[in-house]
Design a protein around this ligand. Sequence first.
Ligand code: KG4
Ligand code: ZN
Length: 333
Amino acid sequence: MRVLGIESSCDETGVAVYDTEQGLLAHQLFSQVKMHAEYGGVVPELASRDHIRRVVPLTRAALKDAGLNMEDLDGIAYTSGPGLIGALMTGAAIGRSLAWGLGIPAVAVHHMEGHLLAPMLEENPPELPFVALLVSGGHTLLIDVPKLGEYTVLGESVDDAAGEAFDKTAKLLGLDYPGGPLLAKLAEQGDPAAYRFPRPMIDRPGCDFSFSGLKTFSRNTWDKSTKTDADKANIARAFEDAVVDTLFIKCRRALEQSGRKTLVVAGGVGANKRLRERLQTLKAEVFFPRLEFCTDNGAMIAYAGALRLAAGACEEPVIQPRPRWPLTELETI
Ligand code: KG4
Ligand code: ZN
């Protein structure tokens, strides 16, 4: 079964073709980062308008790369939530219409299920059951996954997502949007002994997170500093160390409490080098997507949709994106 996947939930347009027998055939991505950088964050209306411009050319390019025509497709998968409503509407409307026109089924994919399944696209995919750490700009979740589609939340952020905290702290340090990768780069020059930031909520039972305090801690430290470039790098390093350490401690706890032996890490912050290195030291098998599939992409949506369509997913032909959509509401595949 050949499935076209369309991702348009935020500021990246991704289109890919996944074949259930041959694997990933092609993927195309356009990032709107430059457009939003000017405003210091994603402008939803600009995002929607740009998705409209990109989806069709990217679809043509992906099909060309895969050596396929529209008629060779057996299904369409599109991100239906969570995300920005206008941005989601674009992918959903184009995906549904295309499927309608071609007389093939379409499936609404949960963006976080896409992230969670992204490591399955690698050569050595994880085996179920596992615990998943989903760390993106909008979510920080620890999920127990006994079966595909069956998700139990073990812990989540009670305030800012890890990626959001990276972006806000980066902004405070004068870095461009999205600041996560830039802050990580700056942290490389920082002295790890200069400051020690707290590890929020590690003394409380359970696997919940809180990252908004770290952002405030960064601001207070910056305000009290002499505001040199070295101070900036030292704060970036202390912040990154605190986030990485906290995520590590909670992952270790989630594995212990669930008795699982495998950890899957996904989402934009999963591209963080120091986090990847630290999580590899856990007494568990740890799986990550390749770097380009940590952040938003069409491949993960094509893959998640292909699994659901191959399992017989049959949906009403309605365009109904969900800006908020709990992962726990999904049906087992
Ligand atoms: O998954 P994603 O592309 O979009 C959402 O679904 O939110 O994640 C984007 C987030 C941003 O907050 C970005 O700053 C963060 O992932 N990010 C990183 C790194 N690369 C991306 N954070 C820390 N270190 C990185 N290397
Ligand atoms: Zn994402």
